[in-house]
Ligand binder design. Sequence first.
Ligand code: GLU
Length: 388
Amino acid sequence: MCGIFAVTGSSNDAGSQVLKGLKTLEYRGYDSWGVAVRESKANIVTVTKEVGKISNVNISFPQGIEAIGHTRWATHGGVTVANSHPHQVGTVTVVHNGIFENYAEHKKRFLAEGATFESETDTEVIGHIINELLEQGLTPAEAIRKTSNEIQGRFSILVMFENSSGIYAARRGSPLIIGRDKNQTFIASDIPAFLEKTRLVNYLDDDEMVFIKNGAVQFSDLNTGGPIKKRDIEVPWKLEQSEKGDYKHFMIKEIFDQKDSIARAINHETDILNQAIKLLKDSNGTYLVACGTAHKVCLAAEYFFSSIAGRKINVVAASEMKYFERFINPRTAVVAISQSGETADILEVFERAKARGAKLLSLTNVESSSVARMSDVHFLLMRVQKKL
Ligand code: GLU
């Protein structure tokens, strides 16, 4: 996991905005960070990157209306400045969230052809492939599409090119959300990065691509290149819900928030409750899946289901679900809890369970998240509270 963020628009401080947005994504990756700015004056892309926590960083960037950035959680290569993102190859600047599983075979070919690498990352290989395709005469969009075909594994990428303005993004498996206000467009791994500016969003789905330049946003199919239309969504979050406020840690904030969050969590329309009850009653085998603290919530739920509902259920960390896959069939209910609704391990569980015909129930804070949209029944937890 890592956090990625892009800004384009009318304001010349895109680099500082990206730094600020990345600080809200630090929970996704915190070993190093980097920002690339397209300098207004020179039309070159300048990269600043450092090892360590981003939260206390306070530096200035060259003036520019376009920037991309990354907070890293290293998977390939140690925590070094060279391995931090963005990576630059020729005229290509790229940041990447995910794992390029078959990167080694491509790297071997490039090395055999005499290419040199600055880092040990899988990401830099993506830069090499895009750059090679550009040199063969493909357009930036074509080069990104073709490169995506080569990547096995989950990824989301942001790409800038030295000779043509605008920012490209593509997704397969890792979240990307576009935020739009009057003057600027943003692309982020999670909404808090731009929540201060706008709540108007479009969710990029798997195998989709987007190009942003000033106020213009063009969505396309990552495989065919054909244009696609996306639904505009107004997220119901308020900034203070995603910020620590006066609390020292998110955990303390969440503990004090419980009196409201529990009320929100249990107060649902009868219709949705009935759909969930039916789904669970009709099932033969129920799995609660989640990651991190949400997994702890599932452990508590296991007691409630046993003692109150008289029903034995299974609690499995999303990353371990593959060991239980043979028990998943059309009568299984898989219940996922994910705050963002974009947790990669849960998306994988849902995709595989759906393919086996299981019924999917989820609880998330984001109505139009990937997890929510895949579900047969979805509970939106962070919503405007009705009077109890
Ligand atoms: N695989 C890439 C790396 O190790 C990206 C990791 C991430 O998602 O932060 O640099």
